[in-house]
Write a protein that binds this ligand. Structure first.
Ligand code: ZN
Length: 139
């Protein structure tokens, strides 16, 4: 678990792909009022592929680290590949610790498995994924 916590801290300190970039196809702004986290997330599609996901995230280290990991995982994937990935993340996070996550599928996102044991923080980790889903629906 320590390694996972370190990974979350690393991502929150040096977020990958942070900043809002243009051009972009669609944008979503999501808020997690229970913690005060906010994210504005933009998606640029190149055909069916996520060419870029840029974002401005404000809030706790879990929400910001989650956006950073999301960026690493989804840029370069097709739209169809994102849905099962998001579902796997959501399943792990809402399992209350029963689903440890498959590193082969989730990559660095398995670092958030421990968050599932803290229901108050689950929304922090899911915020960027919800914003991504919303942005893709608007695209
Ligand atoms: Zn939070």
């Amino acid at each position: 678990m320590d390694l996972y916590q370190q990974l979350i801290i690393e991502h929150s300190k040096r977020p990958h792909g942070e900043g809002l970039r243009a051009p972009f196809g669609s944008e979503a702004h999501h808020v997690n009022p229970t913690c005060g986290d906010e994210i504005t997330l933009r998606v640029r599609l190149d055909g069916d592929v996520l060419g870029d996901v840029s974002y401005d995230a404000v809030g706790c280290s879990i929400s910001r680290a989650s956006a950073s990991v999301l960026h690493d995982l989804v840029v370069g994937l097709s739209v169809e590949q994102v849905a099962p990935l998001r579902e796997a993340v959501q399943h792990m996070l809402t399992s209350r610790g029963e689903d440890p996550g498959d590193e082969e599928v989730l990559g660095d996102a398995v670092a958030f498995a421990g968050v599932a044991r803290y229901p108050a923080r689950v929304k922090c980790a899911l915020l960027s994924w919800s914003a991504l889903t919303d942005a893709l629906l608007r695209a």
